[in-house]
Design a protein around this ligand. Sequence first.
Ligand code: SF4
Length: 355
Amino acid sequence: METGPATALAGIDSRSFRVWLQTTEERKNIEEGRAYYNDPSPVPPPEKHTPSSLLQCHRKLVYRKENAPAESEMAHGILWVGSRFEEDVVLPYLRDTVADDGLFVTNSLYVDFELKSESGDLTVKGSTDPVVVDADGTPVLPTEVKTKSSLEYLDEPNEHHKAQLHAYMVGLSEKYDVNVKRGCLIYGGRDAFDLKVFDVEFDEAFWQSTVVEWASDHTAYRLDSELPPADSRFAWECDFCDYRERCGKGEIKCQDSASHGLLPEFEEYPRQPLLEYLDAHDAKLTPTLAQRYPNLCEKYEVYDWSCNQCGTRIEWESSHLSGDGDRLCPTCADDDRLVVLSDPDLKEQTANGAR
Ligand code: SF4
């Protein structure tokens, strides 16, 4: 077999990189005893919260928890940089810094505690970032580590990061029967590779009136199966939201959509989130997406094109429909009406099994 630069180059491209990355992650999950990470995420109970989701947009979280199809790829690069920064830079830095005081640093501790709220008993479960501990392993100072593109204009910690750190303080205090009243938020700048550190004191009023109340409201939305308002607490959330179109803040004509179903005529779903959605809901492709990803049709079923005037259904790859220009409803055409066939709407998809 002939080998050389051309042979090597033929295999190096973005598609093979994505496949390699995905396969590597799945294999790692299996090898580390977490094969279930490769399955679709189960919908968490309404009472359950995680420290990292506190204070985020209620609607966005409902979409995410109910496995609505994401409209953009996961920010793997940012997550990877964040975790490398924490493990390779901050953790050794903290260890060296506190060693002279007879203190140690653990990678992470698990918190799992209950909260009383107006919506009933809630639980908060999750893993902390590095925690400074004493020689007995008792927590002394929890940290939360984040990276940002730049720290130039960062003058105070973000409120939701403060909430996350408060959850660690409450959870660790309860678990170890101590009084953890201070934490530290560490931001790393990806441009200049520098740090900004904020000393955060536990604030009971903030915890009760802002964080616990938020968690109570969120649980209430989920218990009532109510779509929360399109009203994010932080303006930046909408700019980076994976559900902008579904929510009604994007480009297409769509508003307040429920969590289930693929947006009609929307062809921008990236492949991986689309696969996750299809597997999580045992769902079908819309004809629009079948045209975009024809090789997925071997594994997943496809809805028919649908006429929203007369209800006619036409198989998505019918030989009569060769392109957009020809995608007219034949029944309406017989009555001299030109109606373009479309994807089934969300209601129809839900009625047809897209749970
Ligand atoms: S677009 Fe904004 S308001 Fe809508 S779900 Fe996303 S974050 Fe929330």
